[in-house]
Design a protein around this ligand. Structure first.
Ligand SMILES: *[C@@H]1O[C@H](CO)[C@@H](O)[C@H](O)[C@H]1NC(C)=O
Ligand SMILES: *[C@@H]1O[C@H](CO)[C@@H](O)[C@H](O)[C@H]1NC(C)=O
Ligand SMILES: CC(=O)N[C@H]1CO[C@H](CO)[C@@H](O)[C@@H]1O
Length: 426
């Protein structure tokens, strides 16, 4: 906002139609409660130059200081021992990594108080080497965060857990799967202040796929092979909830022994519409619409008006949501890794395959797999934008200062570059 002080009243009036930085979408295609996360827009570029656990050029160092756009000059697996704690105003642009992208393996990440963080196109795989009793991804406090095309697996407690005074978070186009036994949880989604879950795949978690409490918008998700603990858990304990549950697809798998919705109560106020459930495990996709009654949704207070939350720009049918999720959920750029490919194949068996696991290093998963490193494109001025793109887009490939300059769209030039690498529509 600083630059406004140099403007006259007349030029300010002319500018007033421009969106303010904070009203911009986090990136084109950002949706839901977390859609306005600012990321590192007013900060600086940080290059991850190695796969080290710590030190200069590491991911841990990159996210240790606020207001950074984090780009990757390397691809591969970053093995971590301690948990990574992410600072405020960080944009982790996993889509910039060469090779097969980035997998973070070995322990989890905390986004507690990581306000205004944007995380895209990265795999966050905890595993049994991680801290006992900890989540794959945790958010216990904070506001305005968005996770897009993120693959999260192998939490020792929850896999992706939001629980506390957390405001305005979106998880979209992502995979949350294979919480490790014995807890084996997809995760809590508990906040009174707004969580959007759009077009995600919840898979192979015994329970909490997710467990929802508070203010929640659950649209166009696919939930596969939950175990006896439950699929969508509607509140469970005391406390008021106000949730939309719209156009999702639930599919039973080999581990599934209870119905899609469980543990609701009268304090859970749910607007439910057009959710399909394929419960017969016959290898054929043939879901039927769940009846709008507590017999299909467990004892909840079914309301007749949709809660006015920031909706997806395009609501898909449950069938189209399934098609989209199978093709696009998780880190799909440049391509899925073996772990996600296996999970998606399980869904495509429509009931025949899938398992809950307690150790990701043994069969059938055999660890996080090999992630090729690749070579980063030439970036002469080291500003995070490759020469080729700078030249093609009227920037100066030998002037590092143009990366963080705000362009006519309101985004920093480097944001325009990193967002151009991946689709913005669906
Ligand atoms: C991380 O660990 C995996 C095995 O679990 C190994 O294949 C990979 O090479 C390691 N990555 C680095 C950068 O050491
Ligand atoms: C959350 O988003 C809403 C608008 O969707 C906004 O009114 C509110 O101030 C936000 N809360 C925080 C803590 O950012
Ligand atoms: C491998 C494993 O632990 N599978 C479990 C999946 O969940 C069902 C229902 O809770 C259990 O019966 C299985 O043992």
């Amino acid at each position: 906002m600083r630059f406004f002080q140099f403007l006259t009243a007349a030029s300010l009036a002319a500018l007033s139609s421009l969106p303010s930085v904070s009203a911009l979408l986090a990136f084109p295609g950002a949706e839901g409660f977390g859609r306005n996360a600012v990321g590192g827009r007013t900060g600086s570029v940080y290059h991850v130059t190695n796969l080290d656990d710590e030190g200069t050029g590491s991911l841990r160092d990159a996210v240790s200081t606020t207001n950074r756009i984090v780009v990757f000059d390397v691809g591969g697996t970053i093995n971590i021992t301690d948990r990574i704690v992410v600072s405020k105003n960080i944009y982790i642009a996993g889509q910039t990594a060469p090779g097969d992208g980035i997998t973070v393996y070995g322990n989890g990440l905390s986004f507690s108080n990581a306000d205004n963080t944007i995380v895209r196109y990265i795999r966050l795989r905890m595993g049994k080497g991680g801290d006992s009793g900890k989540d794959g991804v945790t958010i216990a406090e904070g506001e305005n965060m968005i996770f897009d095309h993120v693959s999260v697996t192998w939490g020792r407690d929850e896999t992706f857990s939001i629980n506390g005074d957390v405001y305005n978070v979106t998880i979209q186009n992502s995979i949350i799967g294979q919480g490790l036994e014995t807890h084996s949880c997809g995760g809590l989604m508990q906040s009174d202040y707004g969580i959007s879950l759009f077009r995600n795949l919840y898979i192979d978690n015994k329970t909490r796929n997710p467990k929802v409490k508070g203010t929640n918008d659950f649209q166009n998700n696919v939930v596969y092979n939950w175990g006896g603990g439950g699929g969508y858990i509607a509140g469970d304990s005391a406390g008021e909830s106000f949730a939309n549950i719209i156009n999702n697809y639930f599919i039973s798998g080999p581990s599934t022994s209870v119905t899609a919705f469980t543990r609701g109560n009268e304090n859970f106020h749910g607007y439910v519409s057009n959710n399909l459930y394929d419960s017969d495990r016959d290898g054929i996709l043939n879901g039927v619409v769940l009846c709008v009654a507590t017999t299909c949704y467990s004892p909840m207070d079914i309301v007749t008006t949709q809660y006015d939350y920031p909706t997806p720009t395009k609501l898909l049918t449950p069938d189209d949501a399934l098609t989209y999720v199978l093709a696009n959920a998780g880190n799909t750029f440049p391509s899925r890794d073996a772990v996600d490919a296996r999970l998606v194949d399980e869904v495509k068996s429509y009931g025949k395959t899938g398992e809950l696991i307690s150790d990701e290093t043994v069969s059938p998963m055999n660890g996080p797999g090999y992630i090729a490193g690749g070579t980063a494109p030439t970036d002469t001025d080291g500003d995070g934008i490759p020469d080729e793109w700078e030249t093609a887009n009227g920037l100066d490939a030998s002037d590092a200062s143009d990366a963080m300059a705000i362009g006519s769209t309101g985004y920093a030039n480097i944001e325009v570059y990193v967002n151009s690498l991946v689709p913005s529509t669906y």
